[in-house]
Design a protein around this ligand. Structure first.
Ligand code: NAD
Length: 259
């Protein structure tokens, strides 16, 4: 996909990875950028607007745990820009001591945002098609015991997004889906891990966690935006230590049919 002239919605655009992705997107001469986030970062928003006078950049307040916030933000954005070409679901929280919130933000929020965006993008409903990018994690590719709840939520994101990418749905809606699985990336999400693990007792996993190599958010972001440009429906992409690797997800079960 050539991003020039496109309308983009970015959820979590003021976050560590989000800010770097926005900067990459703005280099592509996109037509508009709606940032859905919990709190406005007025200083960075003003800087982006100043430096990119040809892109309509604006903020919509969204608490992703509130379905009504999501619906209002998409409605107002559609009224302002007409249609969306790309949606990035990039909000997130890693804190296994907050079980419900972990599921609400990381999984339910992504599902609600995706299904709401589809109402506007689905060609069968008068939309123009496009691409929805859901940010999962390497913890959404395999169990990450230190953060079992986060890992469960992210595995849900991976499976949900792969299901949405089904070719039958794609033929109907014209909306493609990709799953992004970053490895450890140096952002605030990884702060204060000692107080966010699934259990309170010491395990060697915490010491290991603190030794894992972290990629720079700008490297993750440039690979993420390249993945948007490639726009391969159904791709599951691991973005780890500055590289992109497409993950082959095998079918472990096949239905057996009645004769
Ligand atoms: N940093 C990593 O190592 C890493 C690794 C794998 C996946 N990820 C995923 O990448 C995405 C971005 O993470 P990050 O590292 O930039 O973290 P971050 O904490 O810097 O950013 C998280 C973003 O989510 C937003 N958010 C949190 N709660 C919200 C809510 N209730 N409603 C709306 N927005 C909310 C925050 O405001 C922020 O913009 C997340 O989905 C995260 O799970 C991060």
């Amino acid at each position: 996909m050539d991003l020039a002239g496109k309308n983009v919605v970015y959820l979590g655009g003021f976050g560590g990875i989000g800010q770097k992705c926005v900067q990459e997107l703005l280099q592509r001469q996109i037509k508009s950028l709606a940032i859905f986030d919990l709190v406005e970062n007025a200083a960075i928003l003003a800087e982006w607007k100043n430096n990119n006078p040809n892109t309509d950049i604006f903020y919509q307040k969204v608490d992703i745990t509130q379905k009504s916030d999501i619906e209002t933000a998409y409605k107002e954005t559609a009224q302002r820009v007409g249609h969306f070409d790309v949606v990035v679901n990039g909000s997130g929280l890693m804190n296994d001591r907050l079980i419900e919130l972990t599921i609400q933000i990381n999984l339910l929020g992504v599902i609600n945002s995706t299904l709401t965006a589809l109402e506007y993008m689905d060609k069968a409903k008068g939309g123009r098609g496009g691409l929805i990018v859901n940010i999962s994690s390497v913890a959404g590719l395999q169990p990450t015991a230190l953060m079992a709840i986060y890992s469960a939520a992210k595995s849900g994101v991976t499976t949900f997004t792969r299901a949405m990418a089904n070719p039958i749905y794609y033929a109907h809606s014209g909306v493609g889906f990709i799953t992004i699985c970053p490895g450890f990336t140096d952002t605030g999400l990884l702060d204060d891990i000692d107080n966010k693990t699934t259990f309170t007792y010491e395990t060697p996993m915490l010491a290991m966690f603190n030794k894992v190599k972290r990629q720079r958010p700008e490297d993750c972001a440039s690979n993420l935006v390249r993945a948007i440009e490639t726009a391969k429906n159904g791709a599951v992409l691991m973005l780890e230590t500055g590289e992109t690797q497409e993950v082959d997800m095998p079918d472990l079960w096949k239905p057996q049919f009645e004769d």
